[in-house]
Design a protein around this ligand. Sequence first.
Ligand SMILES: *Cc1c(COP(=O)(O)O)cnc(C)c1O
Length: 401
Amino acid sequence: MYNVSKFIARRVELMKSSEIRELLKIVGSRKVISLAGGLPDPQTFPKEELVRICSKVLMERGDSALQYSPTKGVDEFRYELINFLSSRGVKVSKDDDVMVTTGSQQALHIIALTLIDPKDYVVMELPSYLGAINAFRLSEPNFIGIPLDDDGMNTDVLEVRLRRLYAEGKKVKLVYTIPIAHNPAGVTMSLNRRKHLIELAEKYDFLIVEDDPYSSFTYEPTDTTPLKSLSSRVIYVSTLSKILSPGFRIGWIVAHNDIVKEFEKCKQSLDLHTPTFTQYLSAEALRTGIVNLVIEKAKTIYKRKKDVMLEALEDYMVPGCWWSRPVGGLFVMLKLPREDIDTSKMLFDAIEAGVAYVPGAPFYVDGSGVNSMRLNFSYPKEEQIVEGIKILSNVIKSRLQ
Ligand SMILES: *Cc1c(COP(=O)(O)O)cnc(C)c1O
């Protein structure tokens, strides 16, 4: 075999396939309780309902549903989407447009390709969503990390950083945020901070990317006023992955139509369009209320599992550890009481002992977070959650000694 490496583009170095991912692959093949993934519970998948609409779509709309379709998305689906969004407080105004994407991951990729040049300043929360960090990294930005607390991104810290950057003649181009039920931090940005962020965007002339996969199913009453409804500078991204099926790969962007035009050019070069068939199915799933059914089911199942995880942490976790109390989403963030314990190194011991998690550092663009980890409660069974936390606590205990 000849040497492949000299043919590989320099860009590929930016695509971190982390050792952690490789390590977690072996988890599937062993008797390890995985709190590492981010998968929805298959119990929420509406299989029988989908059988019905699959044959309906094929019989009634087959000629279109199996055909190429517009880059921006199938009109029937975009129409249903606009109704769904408006029922969730996301108004698509006459200046806005909606583009369907192949999962929200592609939306993030398109945003990176269309808006970010190398060395542009891009603000990310500490921690932030790994999928977004990875997508943006391909455009080689300068990341700026802004800490989160219980009220979401600390916009006062952001303001100080912005002032300092502008004094040096530098400009932030965009701010990426998950305002509702943050992944991985579990927190929601307060309405005051949401308003402050919009003020800053106008004052300092930057765009905001609002990633919103979770606002349809928070576990307690939460103000979910979208940033999108507060300013035309917001590019809104969401997905059917958590409220129907991640396998569908259906996401979307809502933004000012001048921006969407540019996104459309970009998407055309990536994949022409998102699969037509799944768009027809998704339109039908929205129209007939299947998505709302999944949302109700998911909310009940995940709230219960979240409570099981929090109770297990209360009962078994080593004193001194801190963990988040998520108001939505699929994750709990856990921090160890000592900064010198690297959870990516501890992962070997944990897997040996029978539990897996995702180490925290990759979620932090500033290299912090080494003593933290992300725990998933949506996929494991309730008894696995309890058992997993017990094992994890023992692993941490022996590290702390
Ligand atoms: C799960 C999740 C997504 C979903 O990504 P898809 O590509 O649509 O499956 C996007 N953003 C965040 C923050 C998530 O947690």
